[in-house]
Design a protein around this ligand. Structure first.
Ligand SMILES: [Ca+2]
Length: 501
């Protein structure tokens, strides 16, 4: 049977199932107040009885994308009219952070509503345990037609594999996403939008949909020269050395984001054409920070701080801006909240629906993030393998580097000419002192780092050990210590026990 025929069959079966559901649910509607929770035949708690008004949900991820690389974050070098308009008609968040600076780990949190340690997804690339519930499954059980498309979603053990790995996956049923959603497909660039349309064609008329669309921009290699700004005219952030090669690299990065904005604009047009735009909760974010200096693979701001934009006129007032702390693990809870579906009890993220409605109430006092292995190499440098941890809030960041002695390598561009020139300049003593001091150019990293983010947003001055920050430093260190205990981290804890007498 061809895939398309199979989908048609699925569509018909789901329609029959929908009417059966209605028959089961109808007596409950009359028996209860309309706002009372009801349980459908999959034992999923629905908070609303008025299912027809539930929005469609479109989650869009760009790949390796940090703040401020969108026009709505005040970056004049960007040409991102579609995402900027989405933000203007909805909300954007100034303090959204992923739970890890890497695809696999971060996406595991996004889809499970839990932190990386909790779902044991440190290894690149581990498959997500079949017993761990993801939010698309809950939406599916609550009556949504669900799908994932585009770039690798990374949660079925992606990447090159030894035959022994493939055999183990098969024997223990570890590739599970085809069972978790109605539609699963993968593709790059233009193919993503073809798949989006294919998915939309398959949505049964009587069901709302949930689609997770993954784009590969601005992941390296950078391949969008026609979208790049003039390197001479862009602004180099204060935290980066201003060299010609770095400008060229940064402009190429911006080009990719400008391109993904165009793709997203096409999806918006498609939703409008189908009359679904205003009835769709669109949520856009970066899967982790950008592969730029002190970005992807590091626990500094550019590694974790991602754009987060949402639009849904039924809920969000145009022009809303939120300053609350948001974690990647909050996305699942928020989507379920908007859909009126009860989360799984193991989910620890917090819904930020209230912030989209203009209520500035903090969900978190601190956020935490981890680094894990990247790729399959043994520990030779920090790009391939690292186990750093961080606790932070809007004011301070504490970083714990248990593998401080591993030489620093940036993720995804260690062999590039921009990086090699900077290393050379550092070796020759020609790099500005403020950059030579940051730990990406030094032989070793310190075990602990501490930054005053309000006064030093580019994290150029490590304040660890500075008596002026003694209390704040201990508070974050103790919070991280506690968190690592609670979630059974295998890494030695940051606070050493008292010495033997
Ligand atoms: Ca990524």
């Amino acid at each position: 049977m061809k895939a398309f025929e199979l989908f048609n069959l699925l569509k018909a079966t789901k329609k029959i199932k929908f009417f059966l559901n209605l028959l089961i649910i109808s007596p409950c509607l009359f028996a209860q107040n309309v706002t009372s929770p009801i349980v459908n035949d999959n034992n999923v708690m629905l908070l609303k009885t008025d299912q027809d008004n539930r929005p469609n949900i479109l989650l869009i991820l760009s790949d390796d994308h940090c703040v401020p690389y969108l026009g709505c974050y005040g970056n004049a070098d960007m040409h991102t009219p579609n995402l900027d308009k989405l933000a203007a008609e909805g909300v954007y968040f100034n303090h959204a952070y992923t739970t890890a600076p890497q695809c696999v780990l971060s996406r595991a949190s996004i889809v499970t509503g839990r932190n990386v340690l909790d779902v044991q997804m440190l290894r690149f690339s581990a498959p997500l345990d079949k017993n761990i519930i993801t939010f698309p499954e809950l939406l599916g059980k609550a009556g949504y037609f669900t799908g994932i498309c585009g770039r690798r979603y990374h949660l079925d053990g992606s990447g090159r594999k030894a035959q022994e790995t493939i055999d183990a996956f098969e024997e223990f049923g570890m590739v599970t996403f085809q069972n978790r959603v109605d539609y699963l497909n993968m593709g790059y660039r233009e193919k993503v939008n073809i798949q989006v349309k294919e998915f939309l064609d398959l949505v049964p008329e009587d069901k709302p949909f949930f689609l997770w669309a993954n784009y590969d921009d601005p992941h390296r290699a950078f391949t969008a020269p026609e979208f790049e700004p003039d390197p001479k005219k862009i602004t180099v952030p204060e935290g980066m050395p201003d060299t010609d090669l770095l400008r060229k690299d940064l402009a190429a990065h911006i080009g990719e984001i400008n391109r993904v904005d165009k793709y997203i604009g096409e999806v918006i047009e498609e939703l409008k054409r189908r009359g679904e735009y205003d009835n769709t909760f669109i949520i856009f974010m970066g899967d982790n920070g950008a592969a730029l200096l002190r970005g992807k693979g590091t626990l500094y701001d550019y590694g974790l701080h991602v754009p987060l934009v949402a639009r849904y006129p039924g809920l969000i007032k145009p022009g809303t801006v939120s300053d609350i702390l948001v974690s990647g693990s909050d996305v699942a809870l928020t989507i379920l909240d908007v859909a009126g579906v009860e989360p799984d009890e193991e989910m620890t993220g917090k819904s930020f629906k209230h912030a989209m409605e203009g209520i500035e109430r903090e969900n978190h006092k601190y956020l935490f993030a981890v680094r894990g292995p990247h790729g399959q190499e043994l520990p030779g440098n920090s790009a391939d393998f690292d186990l750093s941890r961080t606790a932070f809030n809007k004011q301070y960041r504490f970083i714990y580097n248990p593998l401080f002695h591993l030489p620093f390598h940036p993720v995804d561009f260690a062999g590039g000419e921009m990086w090699e020139e900077l290393v050379q300049l550092h070796a020759e003593g020609k790099l500005d002192e403020k950059f030579s001091k940051i730990y990406i150019f030094t032989e070793e990293r310190p075990m602990y780092e501490f930054y005053d983010l309000r006064n030093d947003p580019h994290e150029l001055v490590d304040r660890y050990g500075d008596p002026a920050y003694k209390e704040a430093q201990h508070e974050l260190m103790a919070q991280l210590h506690r968190w690592m205990i609670i979630y059974r981290d295998v890494v030695p804890l940051p606070i050493a026990p008292p010495r033997r007498q």
